[in-house]
Design a protein. Sequence first.
Length: 448
Amino acid sequence: MFFSPFKKRCELGNSYSCFVVLLKTLLVFELLFCTYAGFYFMKTGRLPSPFFYNYGDTFMDFFHTNYWSFHEGRFDEWRSIYPIFVFWLGRLFSGVSSPEMYSATALRVHDLGAISYLLAAYGLGAAACAWGLRLHFKNNGSYLRWRYIVAWFFLVLLSVPGLFAVERGNYILVAFMFLAMSAVSGFTWQAALFLALAINIKQYLVVLLFVPLVKQRYDFLLLAVVFAVIPNILGLIAVPEYHYDLLISNMMGFASSASTGFFEKVWCPTSLLAWLKGVQYSSIAHAMQGSYYEFVYIAMSCAVWAGRLLALAALSLAALRGRCLRASYLYFIVLLCLLVVSDAPGGYSLILLLPFVVSLFERPFARLFTFMVILTFMPMGYTVGPRHHVEYISFLSGKSISGFSILAAGAYLRPLVLVLFLGIVVADLYFIGINSKEKVEIYGSVNP
């Protein structure tokens, strides 16, 4: 029966076949999307969602950060949510004297080659994911063909969330590299260092410290905390900043921001919370009839709270069963909960799951998890629904934007897919408790 997978071992052959199915299926979907994107570009002159409809915004996350790394006002005027360590990296990555540039756009023109550092980080992260895949099967006594390892490398490299982060020029690509390196290093001091560096780029990754806490690896936890503090101290020495105390208030303001338009809120979401905020503050939604608007708002609120309850259940069960779960699976659970309950990380944050996807192949629900991973990472940039007129001044490029754009299928479906994914994870964790006598036989070693 489907809900009785614990009556037999999770065989290694099943893990291998699940990976091959995942690999081949996603490759087909990516090729189909590339074909669609090519025709879309020839017809409209721009790429489909989630890619920007404004060429002037390309790479501007990267060059804005680099520009402000040389200028005061990064926390009070620009209201940055990046830790100071990122601005130190911005100085290191800048190939020209940034203080001479009068704007981030000018910096992009004169220092475009600096984006190669971000691309190199992304490539190293994809390579670490491929290496982690090889180690996973090798440690389980199986030989994975090199063509599959190379194919996985290119699949990660060409994933739509990753390419979206490249287009934005977002420093999440550096965090992804450090996180992938940490994932293949076990509970070592090197892994603690890489995890700490990832946290110093995207501070919401601090939630991953839940994993060594659950695994009772307090030595690793202490090392990660110490390593997380040191880059902040070094960053403040390299980049003097007198308003660093504003970082927390900037983060809170960003997370609760209602000023973003409906269309931008739901452009590439991972959480239903983005749709709730869009419905709550959008002039489009307020144009609905009163009772209809109330129904939509209540329905969205219930969906958001369902996701939050699932996340609470998943973390509670993970804390109870953590001793018999691999650390990589726990990391995956924590990140999935984060993406479901918060709209702040952005659609490109899906790439943070990729270093830990391999842990799903040995689960009793391996086939179902494989299907959900396919749904999560398959390109959904196919436009659906009515056209929306957009007219605003771009925060990134400062240019006036006017035209029409259309939401893609991923904007509607991916938040629902992630909630369903989390529900299946909760079921997986729940059945571990029911079948606690078999957990050692199923999972083998409880080491990470």
